[in-house]
Design a protein around this ligand. Sequence first.
Ligand code: ZN
Length: 149
Amino acid sequence: MGLTADARGVQVPCGQCGQTNRLRYGAVERETRCGKCQAPLPAANAPVVVTSAEIFDAMLAGASLPIVVDFWAPWCGPCRAMAPEFEKVARNTAGRWLVVKVDTDAVAELGQRYRIMSIPTLAVFRGGREVARRSGAMPASDIEAFMGA
Ligand code: ZN
């Protein structure tokens, strides 16, 4: 359903042996191999679930790719309806974008910091700064057009 992340990078499971590998933010676009079995690892091809403001800040500061964030919450129907579209975007832009989900109930600090007034809200960050924002559920094609992906 989503990838996990910590302050250093995104955790991606190896398709061959199941070992969790970390793609460091500074090299998140680079093709790499599993540290255990040496099979090629996929790029981050599912939404990355951010569970704290500290992790989000580390991602913003370090990521070598542009980031698109879906600010959402589990009780929001339009958010849930958009989730599979956002997953499509993550697959379509793997290796070119970091596709990120922030639950504004679970990580209220981020919702407040970015003054998220309605959900879903999508925001694009480049070089650590927010450069675009749009609210409302959209199909994958509209999300990618909004991103300029
Ligand atoms: Zn492996």
